[in-house]
Ligand binder design. Structure first.
Ligand code: NDP
Ligand code: 8X3
Length: 260
């Protein structure tokens, strides 16, 4: 992406920036000169990303902090204790999320369901509730949620993960309605298969099984979604991208993928 002055010095808060789409989104916003507030549970990964960005973009301001978005008190205190110069978030990218398991509902692990719902739904809500009032006061802001094709279509054994992403879709639409009388914008970016650590997490660290998800197709890469997110953020102020579904060329629906 090219330099876009619209993002210069804007504060972009990205959850789940330690891997995959969140990490790539941080790097893409960095190219545009945005100031980056990056959080996730794995602080060492964020420190490494911060060091990379410092090499690529000397002088760019980046602040990293450890946060588990499932912990409502931690969300509140992490945002409350941000240094003053970082408090005025312009763009919130609610990206932190995961799937756990690919089982029939009757066989599913309740801990898996709780982790997905607590992260993908409640974590996104905690972040949004904490950040949006300040955006309203300042009269500017953009909330970009990372949904999924799984929020539009239910696929076999997707049950609770799909439920969590249908919830993201409903919450995004609800927020857009609630903010219609403000200058704030609300977007959801909804990818199909993206080759990240997502499947490794879904299969509890079974890397061989994770690889089969992307076998025989040229899957989307995290950078493809990062570019889409930054594109949404750089439309003129009167343009609100409501939702975008992004597929690899060989994917046509949640469970329709052509493999070579
Ligand atoms: P990755 O597993 O590569 O990255 C997930 C990120 O979420 C990590 O940085 C992880 O950081 C963070 N995260 C997970 N749980 C928490 C938590 N409790 N608190 C804070 N951060 C957390 O997967 P992706 O990049 O693919 O996933 C990013 C988003 O994209 C998710 O919302 C996912 O549902 C969505 N998505 C992914 C698709 C895909 O095919 N890959 C397709 C459609 C949507 P850490 O572990 O350090 O906390
Ligand atoms: C991730 C896409 O189809 O693997 O949200 O669930 S899918």
């Amino acid at each position: 992406m090219g330099k876009n002055t619209a993002l210069h010095n804007k504060i972009v808060l990205i959850t789940g920036a330690s891997s995959g789409i969140g990490r790539a989104t941080a790097l893409t916003f960095a190219e545009e000169g945005a100031r980056l507030l990056l959080c996730a549970r794995r602080l060492e990964r964020l420190n490494e990303l911060q060091a990379n960005i410092a090499l690529l973009h000397p002088g760019l301001k980046v602040h990293v902090f450890e946060l588990d978005v499932r912990d409502r008190k931690a969300v509140d205190s992490a945002i409350d204790s941000l240094p003053e110069e970082w408090k005025q978030v312009d763009i919130l990218v609610n990206n932190a999320g995961l799937s756990r398991g690919l089982d029939k509902l009757q066989d599913g692990l309740i801990e898996d369901w709780e982790e997905m719902l607590d992260t993908n739904v409640k974590g996104l809500l905690y972040m949004t509730r904490k950040i949006v009032p300040g955006m309203i006061e300042r009269g500017r802001g953009h909330i970009i949620n990372i949904g999924s094709i799984a929020g539009h279509e239910v696929y076999p054994r997707g049950n609770v993960y799909c439920g969590s992403k249908f919830a993201v879709d409903a919450i995004t639409k609800g927020l857009r309605l609630d903010l219609v009388d403000t200058p704030l914008r609300v977007t959801t970016v909804d990818p199909g298969l993206v080759e990240t650590e997502f499947s490794e997490v879904r299969f509890h660290g079974d890397t061989d099984r994770a690889k089969t998800v992307y076998k025989g197709l040229e899957a989307l890469q995290a950078e493809d979604i990062a570019e889409t997110i930054v594109w949404c953020a750089t439309r003129p102020a009167h343009v609100q991208i409501a939702e975008i579904i992004v597929f690899a060329t060989s994917q046509a629906a949640a469970a329709t993928v052509h493999r070579a």
